[in-house]
Design a protein around this ligand. Structure first.
Ligand code: HEM
Length: 453
């Protein structure tokens, strides 16, 4: 097929104009960006090369493409993080090669399933804080933005379970600040507005201020009240790596950057999943009732015990189906180190490849009635028939998400506990509008009213 060319206006100001996210803006700033990508992918057989001025972006959307880039030829594809460095620093999510392996190894133990039982009371305690807040909100009847609600919950879970600290910052404030930066599409339009001399809603100083707040967070967490002085926490593992004389690369800066990584990669994605699942459940009250019935059958009227979590199978399926329909990370970006051939399509060194997991998740070749919310497709018998790499919420291969299993426990507990006490009612437009930035966000958020059950 002939390569496609997309108009791109260069802009100046915030210094990130080379970022691929800005370059994709003409495609993504549509009323329904995913429909546009699905139509293109359908038309061009899953591979869409796009020529942009001096570089090529190749959009990929078939499971076999993901297998090639993420697994069988993964060493040829390096991570891409332009535009997000201020959020992640040089944490492991951004690094490649031998150093990445060296940095991941000492942290891996914190995500082994045998640690989850230890985290369980802290996850429950964070959910208790959220329930206390929702009890007040239910009384006032005010409208809340659900992604902010779930982000603040996820941040408290990370602080308490992984760092053994009380959450020392106002999470609502920090959420707003970080959103100011990560909304990269917004940066682009702001820069364009600046160029035309128009009035701007958010200046680069606002962005700088947001980053200042963000950079102060790890020190604040380290200095916060220690909860239990547990021996084996993620923070202790990071500090042990820093103290290791044979590991000079893991300095204090690295500890700080790893913490930032967890406070974003471990919160925003988990929060979006929970918020989108509450949105879907408010459209499907029968599924909400089924979660409540499952919770009652497994736990009676008591709070869940750790050994009951595995039995909350339908609740977990709802979360999995939510991540299929609304994958928090809907695109995985890599840079080709050398030439490659993906199903007869030439990839050249330097090409940016974008794996569109959203498209694979919505492809009727791999999913019956793909737009339907059907948590039963994740029931064990049906899940066995799934085509490998057609479902990639946590990516795949050696760079797959370190916290995927943990996030599903967090969200299972949160759904069960919140829905047994409250009925969150979505009060925004249906269907909710999408804002596809680095993560798969609802445009303008998800407004909810919280009713007591
Ligand atoms: C629903 C929740 C989550 C989703 C959908 C998600 C998704 C992902 C994806 C797709 C990647 C790979 C990105 C790429 O290859 O470009 C990733 C990596 C990562 N995630 Fe998650 N994540 C979630 C929760 C978490 C949690 C709870 C944590 C930790 C507390 C976490 C920590 C990380 C880290 C550290 C990496 C980088 C791993 C590496 O490069 O070795 N994530 N995540």
């Amino acid at each position: 097929m002939a390569d496609m060319t997309v108009a791109y206006s260069p802009s100046h100001g915030l210094g990130e104009e080379q970022s691929i996210w800005f370059k994709l803006t003409p495609l993504l700033n549509q009323e329904n960006p995913m429909q546009v990508l699905m139509a293109l992918s359908d038309k061009y057989g899953g591979i869409i090369p796009i020529n942009l001025k001096n570089q090529r972006i190749v959009l990929l959307s078939e499971p076999a493409h993901a297998e090639r880039v993420l697994v069988s030829n993964a060493d040829n594809y390096t991570k891409y993080f332009d535009g997000l460095r201020p959020i992640f620093g040089n944490s492991m999510i951004t690094i490649d090669g031998a150093l990445w392996q060296k940095i991941r190894t000492p942290q891996q133990a914190a995500f082994h399933p045998n640690m989850f039982e230890e985290y369980f009371p802290y996850l429950m305690s964070a959910i208790d804080s959220k329930m206390a807040r929702w009890t007040e909100i239910a009384e006032t009847g005010e409208t809340v933005e659900m992604v902010e609600e779930t982000w603040t919950l996820a941040a408290e879970m990370v602080c308490k379970a992984l760092f053994d600290r009380e959450m020392p910052f106002n999470p609502h404030f920090v959420f707003q600040q970080v959103k100011t930066y990560t909304d990269v599409m917004n940066h682009k339009s702001i820069r364009l507005k600046n160029q035309r001399g128009e009035l701007v809603e958010m200046t680069s100083e606002t962005t700088a201020k947001a980053m200042e707040v963000w950079h102060s967070i790890p020190d604040m967490v380290m200095g916060a009240n220690v909860l239990e002085h547990r021996e084996k926490t993620l923070l202790k593992m990071l500090e042990a790596a820093e103290a290791d004389p044979d590991f000079p690369e893991f300095d204090h800066r690295q500890v700080i950057d790893e913490m930032k990584q967890y406070l974003w990669a471990g919160t925003e994605t988990t929060a979006l999943t929970l918020a989108w699942s509450l949105y879907l459940l408010s459209q499907h009250p029968e599924a909400m009732e089924r979660i409540r019935a499952e919770a009652h059958a497994v736990c009676g009227d008591a709070d869940p015990e750790w050994n009951q979590v595995q039995q909350l199978a339908y609740t977990r399926q709802v979360i999995q189906e939510t991540m299929r329909l609304f994958p928090p990370i809907w695109a995985l970006i890599r840079i080709a180190a050398g030439d490659d051939d993906i199903q007869g399509h030439k990839i050249k060194a330097g090409d940016k490849v974008v794996i569109l997991t959203y498209i694979a998740h919505h492809n009727p070749k791999y999913w019956d009635d793909p737009e339907k919310f059907d948590p039963e497709r994740f029931a064990p018998e049906r899940a066995k028939k799934r085509v490998k790499y057609s479902y990639l919420p946590f990516a795949a291969g050696k760079r797959a998400c370190i916290g995927g299993a943990l996030s599903q426990i967090e969200n299972t507990l949160a759904l069960v506990q919140l829905l047994r006490r409250f009925t969150p009612e979505y009060v925004g437009p249906v269907p909710a509008k999408i804002h596809a930035t680095v993560t798969f966000c609802p445009k303008g958020g998800l407004p909810f009213r919280i009713r007591p059950r």
